[in-house]
Design a protein around this ligand. Structure first.
Ligand code: MRU
Length: 359
């Protein structure tokens, strides 16, 4: 059975409660944007692509049953709700990307001759609902590009990869970004082993990535984040593959905290470091990583485990959810659905590709 973080059909949305995994499989019904905002904020659903998709689908749930008197009223409501959804988690750029694109489309459709409230609503719904399939296809394309690149780099020899956080079916509409590359390498018989970090403080690696790897019977081993350097020294890791919450124009990349230290360690050990990110996670309007807002999470996500205190009471806590890996450390490349780019060619290559696509 495929792992499904998001279930959606005809205005009915359910998300797998990832806070309960791996012990319990329970879906939560999302009845509108308020619920959507809450499941994203609480991290019952997480991962940049999944955050964006659940956000817009929660709006689709409302569009299925809400009535609007005019195109202006529809436009105002949609813009307001999309903007509200962006505030749930500020670093992952996918939700903001959907807001920007949907608002442009909405105004284009509304300005067409003979446009009606119902007609525009249906177009909006079709666009939102198509994103589930689009995301899975995008992930599979990136997986092929990423696997090709790694296999070529190692001249066809089998590889041992290290990944961080969770970037698989649970973080996307399905298949995954960096974990999609791992799945592809495995299905081609080119993966010797996958190592995944525990990913403190919230353990997306030990709870979710390990769960996906066991589910798919991929040969894999869990390590604590602090073991990454010795792993690279002793276990001949051949590539590091991670996802992204936001890649900016110069290639600087925000991803789960701990990614930056993995990139430094990879550089020291001459291990190629890959970021796997769909174009919806890339923001070319920001020049460098200094412009990315890093979300800070509540202290208890670090000081407690399943409600049990694991830190001295009274200690102060700093809990940034992400860090920024400078482009210079992304030595393997940035894998997108349009190919694998070196960070310094990302802006030009992506701009040209997106321009051609829109012509
Ligand atoms: O805080 P999270 O669990 O939402 O962080 C997830 C990550 O950092 C992922 O690596 C990133 O969103 C890419 S998911 C395909």
């Amino acid at each position: 059975m495929a792992l499904e973080a998001i279930r959606y059909k005809n205005g009915n949305l359910e998300v797998l409660d990832q806070l309960l995994l791996p012990d319990e499989t329970k879906y939560i019904q999302v009845k509108g944007t308020k619920d959507g905002w809450n499941v994203i904020k609480k991290m019952q659903v997480r991962g940049a692509p999944a955050i964006g998709i659940v956000g817009i689908l929660s709006l689709a749930v409302e569009l299925h049953c809400k009535f609007f008197n005019s195109l202006d009223e529809l436009g105002e409501y949609v813009t307001e709700q999309l903007t509200y959804l962006v505030t749930a988690r500020p670093t992952a750029v996918n939700m903001a990307d959907f807001r920007d694109k949907l608002c442009v489309q909405l105004s284009e459709w509304s300005n067409e001759a003979n446009s009606t409230v119902n007609g525009v609503t249906q177009k909006m719904l079709a666009e939102i609902e198509s994103q589930l399939e689009y995301d899975i296809n995008t992930n599979k394309t990136m997986a092929r590009y990423g696997a090709d690149h790694i296999i070529k780099h190692y001249k066809g020899k089998s590889v041992k990869v290290l990944t961080h956080c969770n970037t698989g079916s649970l973080a996307t509409a399905g298949f995954g970004t960096a974990l999609g590359v791992v799945r592809e390498l495995y299905s081609r018989g080119c993966l010797l082993h996958c190592y995944c970090t525990e990913t403190r403080p919230y353990n997306q690696g030990s709870r979710l990535t390990a769960y996906e790897l066991v589910h798919d019977k991929i040969p894999a081993t869990l390590i604590c984040d602090s073991m990454a350097a010795v792993l690279m020294k002793d276990k001949a890791i051949t590539a590091v593959v991670v996802g992204a919450d936001c890649v900016v124009a110069n290639g600087d990349t925000a991803n789960k905290v701990g990614t930056y230290q993995l990139a430094i360690i990879s550089h020291y050990h001459s291990v190629p470091f890959y970021v796997v990110a769909p174009s919806t996670s890339i923001d070319l309007d920001r020049d460098t990583g200094a412009e990315i807002v890093i979300e800070e999470r509540p202290p208890d996500e670090m000081t407690t485990l399943k409600g049990i205190s694991i830190a001295a009471k009274g200690i102060s806590v700093w809990n940034p959810a992400f860090d920024i890996t400078p482009a210079s450390l992304i030595t393997g490349g940035i894998v997108t659905e349009f190919g694998v780019f070196k960070p310094d060619e990302l802006k030009d290559r992506l701009t040209t590709t997106l321009q051609k696509k829109s012509e």
